[in-house]
Design a protein around this ligand. Structure first.
Ligand SMILES: C[S@@+](CC[C@H](N)C(=O)[O-])C[C@H]1O[C@@H](n2cnc3c(N)ncnc32)[C@H](O)[C@@H]1O
Length: 260
């Protein structure tokens, strides 16, 4: 079982964009972790894409910053992160890079053939007393995506990347962009399907919408994880204090400390 096809598909996306996240997005994604929790620490990212998050983490001055990514994106990542991070190419589920004070894995576990093996890697790389932080797509709140976008993804992920990006993602995301910008002005929006997410993404420019849509359609492997699955993972005896937060009504932020 390998994630190589998924990583190749993502590389076609990551190698054609620069840093995609604003500092505000980075800070919000990391809550409850702050830049102060990263400063002076050994920090690891599992599945770094093109280093868009590594670049923000580097600015928080960790002692050691490392990342591992299966896709062929090291060159593009170097352009974005410079020499601030140690970059490894490989499969995060089998990697052993040592133990870190902080391990984060954002937007990756739901793309693995075996998400539990990814979480196992998160715990394996977190030193006792250290902290881990993850973000995954939720089963809850994503009905429209699971029923409408996901069947399309199964077809789109077999097409050439350029056809998916410009022939599908672009025309599909354009009306959603206009809808999101309009919905910003109506307070009842949060009660509509994907309402909280729509309000969140409405602040972003069109190129971010296009990137997210392409990301959704290009990957051959996506799972939508239930809260009960996350809670079951967090009952692992190696986990100390833990948290789970529903983000934008359609994803889970979770993490905690590794028991001493
Ligand atoms: C949606 S991207 C997220 C990238 C980055 N964390 C971010 O938030 O910008 C998921 C990444 O996980 C990588 N990936 C998938 N399976 C992997 C594996 N088994 N080992 C390492 N990386 C993997 C993909 O190649 C892709 O770059």
């Amino acid at each position: 079982m390998t994630d190589a096809r998924t990583a190749d598909a993502f590389a076609s996306s990551w190698n054609r964009v620069g840093g995609v996240y604003s500092r505000e997005q980075f800070l919000e994604w990391f809550v409850p972790l702050t830049e102060g929790d990263l400063a002076g620490c050994d920090v690891l990212e599992l599945g770094f894409g093109n280093g868009s998050l590594l670049a923000h983490v580097a600015a928080a001055h960790p002692r050691r910053l490392a990342g591992i990514e299966l896709g062929d994106t090291i060159e593009q990542t170097r352009r974005i992160v410079g020499d601030a991070a140690e970059l490894h190419r490989g499969d995060l589920t089998t990697a052993n890079l040592g133990e870190f004070d902080v391990v984060y894995c954002i937007g990756v576990l739901h793309h693995l053939k075996d998400p539990r093996a990814g979480f196992e890697s998160v715990l394996r790389h977190t030193k006792p007393g250290g902290r881990f932080h993850c973000w995954v797509y939720a089963h809850e709140g994503n009905g429209i995506i699971r029923w409408v976008v996901d069947p399309l993804r199964r077809i789109a992920s077999r097409l050439p990347w350029w056809l998916t990006k410009y022939g599908l993602a672009l025309p599909l995301v354009t009306p959603y962009f206009l809808y999101a910008k309009l919905m910003q002005h109506f307070p009842f929006t949060t009660r509509l399907p994907l309402g909280a997410y729509t309000l969140w993404i409405a602040r972003e420019p069109f190129r971010f919408f296009h990137h997210v849509a392409f990301d959704q359609l290009v990957t051959p492997q996506t799972a939508y994880l239930r809260r009960s699955t996350i809670e079951e993972w967090l009952r692992d005896p190696r986990v100390g204090q833990a948290y789970v937060r529903f983000r934008n009504g359609n994803s889970w932020i979770f993490g905690g400390t590794r028991a001493e």
